[in-house]
Design a protein around this ligand. Structure first.
Ligand code: FCB
Length: 465
């Protein structure tokens, strides 16, 4: 058995990372504009002000996707492009941009997968309190309504929030990302609670107003502990670690997914966070707990885990020389087998890999091409593990490679290139990398072009931590 017949093969981007035209077309500032303008926040003082200038190049970018044989495109809408202050009035020019984008995607027979929020929070709303404000879920729901009313006659696939762990953890607790806050844990978890409410209200809004029957999910993220061997004890140790909520940060899956899927915070998490956990009502938990259609997972990294001698899970460290990407993320393809497996096992909902990919040291060669054999190898290895998840019985519905284009990698600026397509930022010239053609072929053949067997050699020999 290989990938299901209706499997979705796509590529992903996000608004602030590619659009540019940051202060044009009536767009209002987001927290990322301000963060980038603050000296010392972003590598090299880079900003998303121009980036890939996708705002002006969207039509040829869509053509490019079509030429590559890609059938689905996950993009995000910039809230402050559509509502410059985060609230009404609506900026017609901003909304019109997404209208045109969706039309050109459909014309090219590419299915739009729309993410409502990928971190570019309206600055004006942030100044009113942002995600800490008790009205923030309603602000988000009203924005959602504007987008749904405009685009749901053509868009069927919706994602509410991208990686809440990141924009809350990095944005509000450690301050590495915009808005750069360093809140104590209880305030961080209050902001987190409001994002969950925002998710729930947005799902209700989509469900009640969408013109085409909607398919709704969201896109949490995490590093995946994977069993060091296939023996049941190690699998159990990895599972336990995957769902564990740590006491002092927001990097975990259960705190985010249990409220959405089960209508309650996980007991172990409530215990771990103790007095820092937010106050909540039953009605709020019911709002968060809306039926959704799939769980998106943004998965990049992982590590091996086994049952230790004292019975508790033990994480294994990778040995020196383990393959890593340009931004020093260890390769760990098994993340794409076990992340979907554990998630599907716990909640029983279909899973979509909403992001996966790597930064490589890419440049245009003398022959005018971009040769990125490492990315091709990365994608093949990860996809083969995803295929194993399918064989294990996990309902995996799709896979989106991060990213279509090289782009603005948040606090790292333009240092890392994640694209299947190389971008020369000085000329805006796009050059599909070798991996882009390879991935297009994989998509066209529904994965049949992948190597048949699992890799002979383990990628990541592990030693005891
Ligand atoms: C994810 C983000 C995405 C991109 C990739 C590399 O955490 O969702 O915007 O930065 O990492």
């Amino acid at each position: 058995m290989t990938f299901p017949r209706d499997f979705t093969w796509g590529v992903a981007t996000s608004s602030y990372q590619i659009e540019g035209h940051a202060m044009g077309g009536g767009r209002g500032a987001s927290v990322w504009d301000e963060f980038c303008a603050t000296p010392g926040r972003v590598n090299g003082g880079h900003t998303g002000a121009v980036s890939c200038d996708h705002y002006h190049h969207y039509a040829s970018d869509v053509q490019l996707m079509r030429d590559l044989g890609l059938r689905a495109y996950r993009f995000s809408v910039a809230w402050s492009r559509v509502m410059p202050t985060g609230r009404r009035p609506v900026n017609a020019a901003g909304l019109a941009f997404y209208d045109r984008l969706v039309d050109s995607l459909l014309e090219a027979r590419i299915e739009p997968w729309l993410t409502l929020f990928h971190w570019d929070y309206p600055l004006a709303l942030y100044r009113e309190g942002g995600w800490l404000h008790p009205d923030s879920p309603r602000w988000f729901a009203d924005y959602t309504r504007v987008i749904v009313d405009k685009l749901s006659d053509r868009v069927r696939h919706w994602m509410t929030l991208n990686e809440p762990q990141c924009f809350i953890g990095l944005g509000h607790q450690t301050g590495i990302h915009a808005p750069g806050d360093k809140l104590p844990l209880d305030r961080t978890l209050l902001a987190a609670h409001h994002t969950l409410l925002a998710h729930g209200l947005a799902v209700q809004t989509i469900r009640s107003r969408a013109k085409l029957p909607p398919v709704i999910g969201w896109a949490p993220t995490g590093d995946v502990p994977t069993p060091a061997t296939d023996c049941p004890e190690d699998i159990a140790a990895a599972r336990e670690t995957f769902w564990r909520v740590p006491a002092d940060n927001t990097w975990n899956m259960a705190w985010w997914l249990d409220p959405v899927m089960r209508g309650r915070y996980p007991e172990q998490g409530l215990h771990a966070y103790g007095a820092a956990a937010p106050a909540f009502t039953d009605a709020e938990m019911r709002t968060i707990h809306q039926p959704i259609d799939f769980i998106g997972l943004n998965l990049y990294r992982g590590y091996d885990c086994r049952r230790g001698a004292d019975g508790s899970p033990e994480n294994l460290t990778s040995t020196p020389g383990t393959p890593a990407t340009h931004n020093h993320w260890n390769l760990h393809p098994a993340a794409l087998r076990w992340g979907p497996f554990f998630t599907h096992e716990r909640y029983g909902l279909p899973v979509v890999i909403t992001e996966n990919g790597m930064a490589a040291h890419d440049w245009v060669s003398l022959d005018g091409e971009v040769h990125d054999p490492q990315r091709t190898d990365f994608l093949a290895r990860y996809l083969m593990e995803l295929r194993r998840a399918v064989r294990d019985g996990v309902r995996v519905k799709g896979y989106f490679a991060w990213s279509l284009l090289d782009n603005f990698e948040w606090s790292e600026g333009y240092r890392y290139r994640f694209g299947l397509v190389h971008v020369d930022y000085a000329t805006q010239r796009r050059t599909p990398k070798d991996s882009a053609w390879w991935y297009g072929e994989c998509a066209r053949t529904n994965g049949a072009s992948l190597p048949a067997a699992a890799p002979a050699r383990s990628l990541q020999p592990a030693g005891r931590a």
